[in-house]
Structures are given as structure tokens and as C-alpha cells.
Design a protein around this ligand. Structure first.
Ligand code: NAG
Length: 274
């Protein structure tokens, strides 16, 4: 399209074009992630890939009793907690530096990523910065670690295993998500393979820590192997998942309220509950 700014008709046409632009190209004019739902919901409408399954699930009648059964803890199947170690946990004499991780995925993936981050910090004798939870493009949940998990409890339960800081000290405050998004940076570890071994971290991340006293690992989801890790590292992962990570009180209260609703539907217990 050629616009003639010199003559009047061309100028008017150009002005009209500029006026119409938001209508022709609406997404250009809405901030990322906040496009008007009427337009986006049509474009992003999920496609029912398993429509037969979905239909039968919706048609199936589930009684209240069955629903509340879902929330009852499973019967003991002989599994035993393995978080107790035979040797007392020890903190390294000297921290090798700071480990920062940026976790994408849904909450479950992020939770696994937190367990892995503690394990990697332990492998490297590093100080862990409270992990950064990326906003997931599907859920668009911007909650931070401390919005979801009890940070004091997390740090306290792991205090004899690794050092954890809520945020970087001032001299490293340049090391942010924005800093790593803007250019290639020497302190960013971008190439951690899926299910990397402990040795991979010792060979590839330790030198960065030794040079810069900080390493930011992103992406980090699923970047630590399940197999062939020292037993104490595996135990530490379990300890993070089953002891260190607890939800903040208002999330727990919501969970408890949902469970009691399902177990004791309000209509039946009206008189005693209200
Ligand atoms: C971490 O500390 C332990 C004990 O203090 C030591 O044996 C190990 O070599 C250290 N590893 C690194 C990577 O600093």
C-alpha cells in the first residue's frame, strides 16, 4: 500500500487507515495477555480431541458418596517414608555461590522443579534463591512462590541441608528474569539437558559459580535425573516434597473447606453447621 502524504485525499485516506487500524488489527492494540476475551476466546477455543470420552464423563452420574471417597486418604499399602537419613545433614563449610532457577509448567511441574532445585543446590554446595515461578500461558497464574508455599517453613525445614535466601543480596540484584531475557549472559545456564546427571551440574554449572558466584538455570523443568543420584540427594528431594513444601494457611483453609463440603454436603448437616 502506497500512501501519498502530499495531497489531501491521500492524507485523509491515511488518517482513515490509522483510525481503522485498531479494528482491522485488534491484537496490536491490546497489551499481551489481556486481549479482549471475545476475540481471543474464539481463536483459542480448545478443540475437543476426545469428545466421546468427555461426553461419557459428563453423563456419568457420580453420587455424593463416591465424590467424597475421592478425597479420603488411600489405605496404607505398606509404603514407608524414606526421608530419614542415617547420617546427620550437614551444611557446606563455604557456599560456592547462588543458584537461581526459573520454573515453567503448571504447579505440579513447578513443585517437582523446586525439589530438583534444592537437590542441585546441594550437589553444588550452593545457596538457593527461592525459585521464580513463571506465568504459565495456559493458566495465567501470576502467583509467586510465597503466595503458594510457606517460605519460612520451607527455609526452616531445610536449614541443616542447604542455605536458602528469599532474594539475592544487593550486589547480585542485577540477575533478574528481565536481564536474562534481554541478551545472552555468561551467568545463564541455558543448555541443561533433560534429566541431567549430578556430574553434568558439577562439570557445567560449578565452573560458572566459581567464576561469577552465581548461576541462573533456565529452563530448569525436568533437568535433573531420577536415576543414579546419591541416596542422600534422593532423600533430600523427598524431604522437600513431603516436609518442606506446605501451602500457605489460606490455601490450606480453602482445601479443608472443599473437603468438608464434599464429605458433609451442607443440606444434610444444615442444623449443625449453620
Ligand atoms: C561440597 O561439600 C562437601 C563437604 O563439605 C565436599 O565433600 C564436596 O566436595 C563439596 N562439593 C562441591 C562441589 O563443592
Amino acid at each position: 500500500m502506497k500512501l501519498h502524504y502530499g495531497n489531501h485525499r491521500g492524507g485523509a485516506l491515511a488518517a482513515l487507515f490509522v483510525l481503522l487500524l485498531p479494528i482491522l488489527l485488534p491484537t496490536l492494540f491490546t497489551p499481551l495477555g489481556h486481549a479482549s476475551p471475545s476475540i481471543l476466546s474464539e481463536w483459542n477455543a480448545p478443540k475437543p480431541r476426545h469428545s466421546r470420552l468427555l461426553k461419557s464423563a459428563l453423563q456419568r452420574q457420580t453420587s455424593n458418596a463416591q465424590q467424597s471417597d475421592l478425597w479420603i486418604p488411600l489405605a496404607n499399602q505398606g509404603w514407608k517414608p524414606c526421608v530419614e537419613s542415617t547420617t546427620a545433614p550437614t551444611l557446606p563449610e563455604k557456599s560456592q555461590g547462588y543458584i537461581q532457577v526459573f520454573l515453567d509448567g503448571g504447579l505440579n511441574q513447578q513443585r517437582m522443579g523446586i525439589c530438583d532445585a534444592v537437590a542441585v543446590a546441594k550437589i553444588l554446595n550452593a545457596t538457593l534463591v527461592i525459585p521464580y515461578l513463571e506465568v504459565n500461558p495456559v493458566w495465567r497464574d501470576s502467583s509467586t512462590f510465597m503466595d503458594i508455599f510457606d517460605v519460612d517453613h520451607f527455609i526452616n525445614v531445610l536449614k541443616d541441608d542447604i542455605s536458602i535466601v528469599r532474594e539475592l543480596p544487593y550486589e547480585f540484584s542485577w540477575s533478574t528474569r528481565e536481564y536474562y531475557a534481554a541478551a545472552i549472559r555468561a551467568t545463564r545456564v541455558k543448555t541443561a539437558p533433560l534429566h541431567a546427571s549430578a556430574n553434568w551440574y558439577l562439570e557445567n554449572v560449578l565452573p560458572i559459580l566459581q567464576s561469577y558466584e552465581i548461576a541462573a538455570i533456565s529452563p530448569f523443568s525436568h533437568r535433573l535425573a531420577f536415576e543414579n543420584l546419591p541416596m542422600d540427594i534422593q532423600r533430600l528431594r523427598c524431604k522437600v516434597n513431603f516436609q518442606a513444601l506446605v501451602f500457605v494457611p489460606h490455601v490450606r483453609a480453602l482445601g479443608d473447606a472443599l473437603v468438608s463440603r464434599l464429605r458433609y454436603p451442607p443440606r444434610k448437616r444444615w442444623s449443625t453447621w449453620y
